[in-house]
Write a protein that binds this ligand. Structure first.
Ligand code: FES
Length: 179
């Protein structure tokens, strides 16, 4: 009988998940390894509900266990990510050096208006993606580089002592196609 996951995942995705499961079978931390590999192979770097269901079906693990792991770790995304990911640190050191204003300006520049950022002091949960999926803006609680505050990560590159102008320059370059 065809499962729900079979109906929405294409053959390539199912094959990739099955192969990933086979590669991780019996290894310590297999579930996290599988989730990481499946997310990394996804074009929009996220885990769909269908892929989580399929992983549960194929491994025999309870769906709740798979879902809990995917939602517990900040590493995993349950929504499609933008082509460019900008992560603003909202830890104390970065906050006192203006990261909230950086975040607000960034959201404004990218048209992500209407967001209430007042409660994001120590949040590591904010994740906003522009409708065209060019940019995802995230926050993190601390990069562990507080001496360099405020810190912003742009497509996995750490920028230190960031101000609005440097961030605007980065966004402009990304809009023009720099990776
Ligand atoms: S508070 Fe931003 S790097 Fe630590």
């Amino acid at each position: 009988m065809q499962s729900v996951a079979d109906e929405v995942l294409d053959a390539h995705e199912r094959q990739l998940i099955a192969q990933t499961i086979a590669e991780h079978e019996g290894r310590p931390g297999a579930l996290l390894g599988i989730l990481e590999a499946v997310q990394s192979a996804n074009a929009h770097k996220f885990l769909s509900m269908e892929s989580l269901r399929y992983i549960a079906e194929e491994t025999g693990w309870p769906p709740a266990r798979v879902y809990s792991a995917a939602t517990f770790f900040a590493l995993f995304n349950l929504d499609p990510q933008g082509d460019n990911v900008i992560c603003v640190c909202r830890g104390t050191a970065c906050h006192t050096r203006g990261s909230r204003d950086l975040l607000a300006k960034l959201c404004l520049d990218l048209g992500l208006t209407g967001q209430d950022l007042s409660e994001t002091n120590d949040a590591d949960k904010l994740a906003l993606t522009t409708p065209d999926r060019k940019f995802t803006i995230r926050t993190v609680a601390c990069f562990g580089q507080c001496a360099l505050a405020p810190v912003v990560e742009v497509n996995h590159h750490i920028l230190s002592h960031v101000n609005e102008r440097t961030l605007q320059r980065e966004v402009k370059a990304l809009k023009q196609g720099r990776k």
